[in-house]
Design a protein around this ligand. Structure first.
Ligand SMILES: NC(=O)c1ccc[n+]([C@@H]2O[C@H](COP(=O)([O-])OP(=O)(O)OC[C@H]3O[C@@H](n4cnc5c(N)ncnc54)[C@H](O)[C@@H]3O)[C@@H](O)[C@H]2O)c1
Length: 316
């Protein structure tokens, strides 16, 4: 098979490329290198099945030759990043989704859309089930991302109904692993960086808000299974083990042997109080569930940051 991955030079996309190439399929990555980097795919550039093209999904996508699956991952993904690029975020999640879907329609490919648990907003039900419609503030701090992703889901639904697009929507919950940018504001990579450099670990609010963290190898296996299924979704992909943010800070301090203090800062606006996926649909339709435990996954990130942190720059 030949797969196109938009956003493939980012955290999830580079791991998905690894997985697909390991199975002897071909990968074409289309990425504008906004939050992703050549470093994430440097080990793949000489692979005969791998091609990289720098391009922006806000413009129509032209790909010669057959395409079997388009994985649409291009989007800013962390609050500090999309808060600096709000209009861009909305355009990527509208025009960009449209262009990825057009590529899939033109080539007869399946399209997998990386949606997010953020479509549930500050959830009214716990754990979050795909039948929840969400509780999102359309004029809030996070609306460029949350509503952008919700629009993407609506657009794909319309194209599915009107033009027969073979689309599959996955709602990804917090995922972590090596190559997640240590400075992009996401909690696990941020805590580990702070612990390793002796900086204080920044906990927003009192840290009683919860998240559920999925290791990247589990997550990209779920993306691949969605690519090879014909289920329209939405399907939650995430690890149902729930932790408070304060527990995570203490755990990462202990695993790294760090003496960094924990400091508290005000909770950002519209920060969801709880996040935990109900994954029975993923089990049923994809035969998927996560298998990597938290300690093992965190240790991989700690080892990776220990090796690479010295050479990592803060994103613009
Ligand atoms: N990692 C998570 O926990 C998580 C959770 C929910 C949803 N997601 C979704 O998964 C996808 C990948 O997230 P990630 O964690 O790998 O983030 P990431 O920032 O590492 O990767 C996103 C990639 O998209 C690229 N990109 C951004 N704008 C682009 C544009 N206009 N044209 C082409 N490429 C562009 C970036 O350069 C980057 O390589 C995103 O759509 C994100 O919303 C991720």
């Amino acid at each position: 098979m030949r797969c196109v991955i938009t956003g493939g030079a980012g955290f999830l996309g580079s791991h998905l490329s690894d997985l697909i190439l390991q199975q002897d399929h071909e990968v074409l990555v289309l990425d504008a290198l906004i939050t992703g980097s050549r470093a994430n795919i440097a080990h793949l550039l000489s692979h005969p099945g791998f091609t990289f093209r720098e391009c922006d999904v806000r413009h129509p996508l032209q790909v010669d030759g057959p395409v079997d699956i388009v994985f649409n991952l291009a989007s800013p993904a962390s609050p500090p990043v999309y808060s600096r690029r709000r209009v861009e975020c909305l355009l990527i999640n509208s025009l960009g989704v449209h262009h990825a879907a057009r590529l899939a329609l033109d080539t007869g490919a399946r399209l997998v859309q990386a949606s997010t648990s953020e479509v549930y907003g500050d959830p009214l039900h716990h754990p979050q089930v795909e039948t929840d419609w969400g509780n999102v503030n359309p004029v809030g701090e996070r609306s460029c991302y949350d509503e952008g992703k919700r629009y993407g889901e609506a657009l794909l639904t319309a194209l599915r109904l009107e033009e027969g697009l073979n689309s599959g929507i996955v709602r990804i919950f917090n995922t972590y692993g090596p190559r997640m940018h240590p400075y992009d504001g996401r909690v696990i990579s941020g805590f580990i960086r702070q612990a390793l450099t002796g900086e204080p670990l920044t906990v927003f609010g009192d840290g009683s808000q919860t998240r559920s963290f999925c290791y990247v190898s589990d997550l990209v296996r779920g993306l691949w299974l969605m690519g090879t299924s014909d289920h329209p979704g939405p399907v939650n992909l995430g690890n149902p083990q729930e932790h408070t943010i304060l527990q995570m800070a203490h755990y990462i301090r202990a695993l790294t042997g760090s003496e960094s203090p924990i400091v508290h800062e005000p909770l950002p606006a519209d920060d969801p109080a709880r996040r935990r996926p109900q994954i029975s649909r993923a089990k049923e339709v994809l035969g998927w569930e996560p298998v990597v435990g938290l300690e093992e996954g965190l240790q991989h990130v700690i080892d990776w940051q220990r090796r690479t942190l010295g050479a990592t720059k803060q994103p613009a």
